[in-house]
Design a protein around this ligand. Sequence first.
Ligand SMILES: Cc1cc2nc3c(=O)[nH]c(=O)nc-3n(C[C@H](O)[C@H](O)[C@H](O)COP(=O)(O)O)c2cc1C
Length: 169
Amino acid sequence: MKILVTYSSKTGNTKKLAEGIFNEIEAEDKVIMPINEVDKLDEYDTVLVGYWVDKAAPNAEAGKFMETLKGKNVGIFATLAFWPDSQHAWESLCNGEALVKENNKIIGKYICQGKLDEKIIAMFEKLPADNPHSVNDEKRKRYEIAKNHPTKADIAAAAELFKERLQAL
Ligand SMILES: Cc1cc2nc3c(=O)[nH]c(=O)nc-3n(C[C@H](O)[C@H](O)[C@H](O)COP(=O)(O)O)c2cc1C
């Protein structure tokens, strides 16, 4: 089995998760690289692909890549700023799954929180109270918590999930 772990990451959260998964999975032949460096896709029978959530879906670069996958075992992982056990998080993961499931075998999927870019928070802070993205104390607390993610525990949980699913193949 030849495994590719690949990801799209703007501020490093998804990259950190990808590297943690890559380090823990047991495979004789495994490779990690960002999506924009992937060329010989035919060489891999198994692809673990990671994205950051952009409006409840994979970010554009990752989404485009995911649509090209065919005949692979595919694992999906993602990071988002909102709570990972929310409906929004689950939809964000399933929207990624929907891009690949017709032509591939989905082996597992995982999502966790990731720090929201300080620049985005600063932008949200300037919005009027009636804007859906305007900030309040509850959101500030969530942003504080998100700052620590992905944590070691997030990474360990993702790595364990994919380790088990690869063993099951
Ligand atoms: C343009 C944009 C859209 C985003 N949309 C969402 C979203 O719909 N839901 C959410 O929970 N987080 C959203 N986020 C937050 C990121 O998904 C999150 O911070 C992620 O961990 C960033 O990953 P990265 O460090 O790998 O780039 C958005 C961030 C940006 C910049």
